[in-house]
Design a protein around this ligand. Structure first.
Ligand code: SAM
Length: 355
């Protein structure tokens, strides 16, 4: 029987991830204990009452968890896997949870310490998947709405077996999107915005269409502007620093040397993106005012978190944004996620709700 929740997070953010799941489960009246070792890259939350795992399975929203890269519901840790036959006990555990799966993910924590283990896991994946197919646990086409099976290895003899719900979890192995940085990208930051689009706009790609207009605050050297321009979106790039020349030559990006806190567009734009290195509360208030005053309809923005009390800071920023928008009576939806390409940061998505 499922008895715990396993959440993956960026190594070093276990405390934030644990604080958040404790709070969210508490809001659903589920109490439990936490395992969150520093730099382990994961958190385990075990409800005191195992029956309440089912309530969390149906009511907890992955999109509302900022620091969790993945959300999996697991059986008690399977210890003592024998090198001569690991497959049988793992398959038995998998069969006890569901009749079939849409996908099988064999995973480890995303830490340097787990790198050697991931070599073993990659080698084991082929034989295990073959056995799972043979046992009828996964079909050729895969039923997309069936749960995903996860085997999360601690070492070659111990693993959590669990499942995640498509639509309420990350679709990526280890919760990590494998994105390639194209040579024409002016900076690695380009990957952050690409991941943000995939994460937040998966269900509403219509919010990002050719011909739209955007402002990029803190744009230099231009990775975010480049992501917009390659989608045929016109960009005003605001930064006192220099922009990539090739990007400016594309004709889709206009560079303004100005202060991002003072600049406002002459007429409303579709998108505001903001990657300025500043206090998160200042950025949160700025972005909220753009939406509240009708200067844009959608925004993606990066909040550089302080060294301490990072979850508290994220909540403070949420509150600032909600207060500004409530006062202006502008209904919006707000999401935050610490993306794989974020470091000591989180990314926000704010969009006007359809009235
Ligand atoms: N998103 C960019 C990219 O993809 O290439 C990287 C942005 S970099 C992390 C932060 C930028 O914010 C710097 O270029 C800096 O000049 C700019 N910045 C910081 N404060 C600013 C302000 N008040 N107004 C405009 N730009 C600012």
């Amino acid at each position: 029987m499922l008895n715990a929740l396993l959440l993956y997070c960026r190594a070093g953010f276990e405390k934030e991830c644990a604080g958040e799941i404790h709070e969210q489960a508490g809001a659903l009246e589920v109490a439990g204990y936490l395992k969150a070792e520093p730099n382990s890259g994961f958190v385990v939350f075990t409800p005191y009452d195992p029956a309440s795992v089912a309530a969390l399975y149906s009511r907890l929203r992955f999109s509302e968890l900022i620091f969790a890269r993945q959300l999996i519901f697991v059986l008690p840790l399977l210890n003592g896997l024998s090198p001569t036959d690991r497959i049988t006990p793992l398959l038995t555990a998998a069969r006890s949870l569901a009749e079939g799966y849409s996908q099988i993910f064999l995973e480890t924590a995303d830490t340097n310490a787990a790198k050697a283990l991931s070599v073993f896991v990659r080698k084991f994946a082929g034989p295990f998947e073959h056995a799972a197919r043979h046992a009828g646990l996964i079909g050729d086409t895969g039923n997309r709405s069936a749960p995903r099976l996860h085997l999360f290895f601690f070492d070659s003899t111990a693993a959590y077996v669990g499942l995640s719900k498509p639509g309420n979890s990350s679709p990526w192995l280890m919760g990590i999107p494998r994105l390639k940085l194209l040579r024409s990208a002016p900076s690695r930051s380009a990957l952050k915005l690409e991941e943000a689009f995939l994460t937040f706009l998966g269900d509403e790609p219509e919010n990002l269409r050719p011909g739209m207009s955007a402002v990029d605050l803190g744009a230099a050297p231009g990775g975010w502007s480049w992501q917009l321009a390659r989608r045929s979106i016109r960009v005003t790039a605001v930064d006192n620093g220099p922009m990539d020349k090739e990007l400016l030559d594309s004709g889709l990006v206009e560079h303004l040397r100005a202060d991002g806190f003072r600049y406002r567009p002459g007429k409303p734009v579709d998108w505001l993106v903001c990657d300025m290195v500043e206090q998160p509360a200042r950025i949160a208030a700025l972005v909220a005012r753009w939406l509240a005053e009708g200067d844009c309809r959608h925004a993606i923005f990066n909040l550089k978190l302080p060294m301490k009390k990072r979850f508290d800071e994220a909540k403070r920023c949420r509150k600032i944004i909600e207060e500004i928008l409530n006062a202006a009576k502008v209904p919006c939806r707000l999401g935050f996620k610490q993306l794989y390409h974020d470091r000591e940061e989180i990314t926000g998505y704010l969009t006007r709700a359809i009235a």
